[in-house]
Design a protein around this ligand. Sequence first.
Ligand code: FAD
Length: 462
Amino acid sequence: MSSYDVIIIGSGPGGYVCAIRCAQLGLKTACVEGRETLGGTCLNVGCIPSKALLHASHQLHEAEHNFAKMGLKGKAPSVDWKQMLAYKDDVIGANTSGIEFLFKKNKVDWIKGWASIPEAGKVKVGDDVHEAKTIVIASGSDVATLPGVEIDEKVVVSSTGALELGKIPNKMIVIGAGVIGLELGSVYKRLGAEVKVIEFLDTITPGMDAEVQRQFQKILTKQGLEFQLGAAVQSVEVKNNKAKVTYKLRKDDSAHTEDADIVLVATGRKPYTDGLGLDALGVEMEDRGQIKTDGHWQTNIPGIYAIGDAITGPMLAHKAEDEGMGVAEVIAGQKGHVNYNVIPGVIYTHPEVANVGQTEEQLKEAGRTYKAGKFSFMGNGRAKANHAADGFVKILADKDTDRILGAHIIGPMAGDLIHEICVAMEFGAAAEDLARTCHAHPTYSEAVREAALACGDGPIHS
Ligand code: FAD
């Protein structure tokens, strides 16, 4: 039996970041992970592999659609799917072994195996029981299924199966028009599959700014993705390695069926806390299966904390990471804090979509008076040169004080551009602060400045 100041259960972005920060703050730290490799969902079957496939398939798209326009002539590359999967696996390997290196460097012990908590202060892994003054649960999330739909990871796949299909399908149906469905749907569309997205609600990317939703759907449709919105999937039947999807339109209850080689179920994720023994310990849970915590990530059991996808809030790697650092600081006696009002969200399609803070719809509902400064990438020289002028930047600011309340970007490098606005919001900046900051030319960032100018006297280039 070994004893630690802190044992963290789970090595995803929440758990591994927490472990490294605990060690940096002088705490004797171990992290338990049941998978073969460190890094959790994010590095093994989430953010990183999906971005590798998005990157590779985007290069193909550029070669097929934009190279000739720039005078780059020649045969468009053909797809070697096995090699693309091998590239993706190499990227995963480089990232997961990177965490192993960081654990060694920071003297974090990796306890291999699945953990349970027999009582506060004890963590059981296999036959070993380890002692810990503090336990942090960072056990993450798992795929959520739909009634009537059984995932076999061959024909009917979750995001995990979609990252390693045996071949590129002729036709793919994606159930759910959220971030994961649209990212992976885009990958297979670019690689030549026919892709249809079926969504229960009447808009794609529920919860996002409505203007962005409309523009995003238009752009994806132009890229060849098909959408059936307002449709409730009833069942998916598999016969002879083909799937038959039955759905009902919500507007008139009419039933429809459609065949596909692959069905990707992308209807969301649920917190994963199986096998930890939380019931027996009396850990309080939320209605939707998350572990209940207070403002400092402490559960109702003293000495047991929880972070990341296993608790409430957006299921995002960087949210989990920030909570990992925050809880480490709390455990070390410091003042750990996460500003939940400034957590960006990004969709890594092409163009990218990014947002932070409030949407116009939320501001209207709250009765807040605001102004919206908008600038199209059509007015941005760099975007035009790079065939990337689809989209816009929209900044929402308080009507009286000019303080930035939110921002919504669809366009090139949106996932990077959003951070300028995140920093501004952390500093309580006004739109005018951004507008008066000199931005290098020619950059996509100039579009952010122009949107800030549009909150005041007006942009220059539109
Ligand atoms: P996880 O990453 O889920 O890690 C939890 C770990 O705990 C797992 O490795 C699990 O094996 C381990 N574990 C669980 N129980 C035990 C136990 N009892 N004993 C030992 N180990 C245990 N987010 C983004 O921000 N950006 C993206 O681009 C993005 N893309 C995504 C793409 C896909 C396809 C998917 C599925 C998700 C994506 N996400 C993305 C979401 C992101 O992966 C999660 O929000 C993030 O991984 C949550 O981190 P976590 O540390 O809470 O848990």
